[in-house]
Design a binder for this molecule. Structure first.
Ligand code: ZN
Ligand code: ZN
Length: 101
């Protein structure tokens, strides 16, 4: 069954490759993978880090209201990666959630 061309969402050229033409899709994927947040929070090292034990900040276990979460020892916003280490902290204390004061 032949595919019906659609307008590329990026450049508007007709394409049967997908929602975007192949060059636009390739460029989009490249940029997405270059995004340090996406790379860091989807890396196998990060996702496989065991979510168990005690909080690295206050030393208490997680609770249903404030579960333990993975946190980059060096914030990704400052260029940190999983190579700098991952720790377990309460969700309320996770620096990735932003500084709320
Ligand atoms: Zn395009
Ligand atoms: Zn804690």
């Amino acid at each position: 069954m032949p595919k019906v061309p659609v307008s590329c969402k990026t450049c508007g050229e007709p394409t049967t490759f997908g929602p975007r033409c192949e060059p636009c899709q390739t460029e989009r994927d490249r940029r997405r993978n270059a995004n340090p947040y996406r790379r860091e929070y989807h890396s196998a090292e990060y996702l496989n880090f065991p979510l168990s034990g005690k909080c690295a900040i206050c030393g208490k276990p997680g609770t249903p209201e404030d579960p333990l979460t993975r946190d980059h020892v060096k914030p990704v916003s400052l260029g940190g990666t999983v190579k700098d280490g991952i720790r377990i902290v309460h969700r309320s204390e996770n620096s990735a959630r932003g500084n709320r004061g």
